[in-house]
Design a protein around this ligand. Sequence first.
Ligand code: AMP
Length: 282
Amino acid sequence: MRLIESINDIKAIIRSQKSMGKTIGLVPTMGYLHEGHMSLVNMSVQHNDFTVLSVFVNPTQFGPNEDFDRYPRDIERDIKMAEAAGVDVVFSPSVEEMYPDGYKTYVEVEDITKILCGRTRPGHFKGVTTVVNKLFNIVQPDRAYFGQKDAQQVVVINKMVKDLNMNVEIVTCPIVREEDGLAMSSRNVYLSTEERKSALILSKSLFEAQELIKNGENRKENILKYIVDRIKSEKGAQIDYVEIVNADTLDSIGEFLKGRVLIALAVKFGNTRLIDNAIVEV
Ligand code: AMP
């Protein structure tokens, strides 16, 4: 396995792999790897001849008061995990390599980036689509792997790929959770012991809401109220949003759940903002 930091170097490697007819899988991450990331890597290694794992904490997707500087990083550990999983190249460019002085170009998906997480994180998805676009141009993957954990990101990336006629297949992988239900996230390390306990209410309320729906509840307001009340009952939980939307388009739905719906939420515990979601077929 190789660690590559330069765009020209990885382009040369990709050219040589492609000239041998190899298929390329890309797993974009911000590093500090956990089992959620590794599930994407395992899929890519299974599906493709050559897997590139990118590790890049992308400054353009962080707001000015967000956690870019303190975002957890451990490239040595990431490299070991990548190697053990069969990754061929870890691509970990510097910020200057990706955004040299005078950088001017951004890719933006409209409307669906302004709702849900986009409301409290203006500019976030513009940063995401820009860096993913750059990674696609650099790595030219046949397939790229994204986690359902970031449900809105999946819809936004799929929209970009479709609208811009990009030649890459987007593969979405299920949410990987800790044994007690908490969705794995690099940001979970920020949580104090008490916050970690409180944060369980996110997966719990989502699981319970799914039970309610299974048992016949189909009024959007009732389900939202149930989840909001459950989360509010937990000390220190500050709700950013709880919403139910069309899972494929993020369009709002009517009074009653119908088709494939996404129940998505973002909640802060202290300074740590966590997201979680569930997709339900009604
Ligand atoms: P990040 O490093 O947080 O930007 O995540 C990189 C990729 O891993 C994204 O496509 C995430 O959706 C995915 N991912 C992060 N956490 C999980 C998880 N718990 N389960 C599945 N995928 C995940």
